[in-house]
Design a protein around this ligand. Sequence first.
Ligand code: AMP
Ligand code: GLY
Length: 417
Amino acid sequence: MKVMVIGRGGREHAIVRQFARSASIERVYAAPGNDGMRLESELVPIDEMDFAALAEFAKEHQIDCTFVGPEQPLTAGIVDFFEGQGLRVFGPSKAAAQIEGSKTFAKELMAKYDIPTAAYKTFSEIAPAIEFIRQMGAPIVIKADGLAAGKGVVVAKTEEDAIAAVHDMLEDQKFGESGSTVVIEEFLDGEEFSFMSFVYNGAIYPMEISQDHKRAFDGDRGPNTGGMGAYSPVPQISAETVEATFNTIVKPAVEAMAAEGAPFNGILYAGVILTAQGPKVIEFNARFGDPETQVVLPRMKSDFGDFMNALLEGEKYELEWQEQAVLGVVIAAEGYPDKPVKGKVLPNLASLSGVDIFHSGTKATSEGFAANGGRVLFISSEGDSVKEAQEKVYAQVNALSWSGFMYRTDIGWRALG
Ligand code: AMP
Ligand code: GLY
């Protein structure tokens, strides 16, 4: 099989690597990919949003399956475009990707099908939004309705902070069009985890769960980011909770999308908080999480190419996972998430041992890899436990000098407390 992975981040690097390891995959293309993926794939210099050129390339090179990583091409309809040309592609249609692309759509779906989530209201005017905040009290959560790369969420500790966030989004358009409507919702208190599943024609294959760290700084302080580190498994979440999440959230969501005439194919990502009343959804994504993918996919024991083939052919498959834990840390450019500084050269990664390195925002230069985006690298280790994986990865990462970069030093702390 020949596959093409669309996207250029750490998540896509993990997908590329997993395909490259597969015995049934003869060639992996990455469009556009990044310089760090060159050892495992052939880079195709076509932008994620240039659907016509991507489809043309897939035809010319007889790609058997295109795997779409990021949300932007999905919500813009890349899957519909490929399928319209008779090309095999894995991901949700434009209609199904609304489960991520519009928080209002996701919230209305959950209300209609009794999928547990935070109570909420949607606003596009400031005055009624403020009135609702005053009525609900703090803490309270303000979200831009559309896509905002994980940054369009403010968890406000006070009513004043909440009102300021509403002004930022509705009046000052801090998130542009994405924030012209805001969702204001109840604050959910509890342990958070990411539950991702492969979904195709009604078949659902859940993956091992993971936990991301959304805040920029140690101790879960600072602004929300795309994610600063992750680990899998999540020992503080029981098997019963995982099963309850599947039965009350994941399966009903897949069935709901089909009932709505927008059947979901692809990776369904449920961001869940385990509250005192059980697991509740904080968000759905229509794709793999970044950096969750970098800790979950490497734990797949089954051959990824064989599995994908079986999934797309509608054949039953026994999907197996490793016991080993994986924990990894994001290396970001200094200033991330607001003003990441580009161009800084990375320290010599060749001296690291016992780690996996995934590139997200790097560029090859004559002096070595340099920062070319907010999140730059993801470095992970395996271990018999989350603690062992954590010790291994930090022993390596801390041995290098990271001037011009930043990373959290406490990834995994909730599992170890
Ligand atoms: P989202 O982009 O919707 O995943 O939100 C980013 C982060 O904000 C989540 O990962 C949570 O940590 C936090 N968050 C979002 N919604 C809520 C909520 N209703 N209650 C508590 N925390 C939330
Ligand atoms: N790491 C969270 C996300 O991919 O949305």
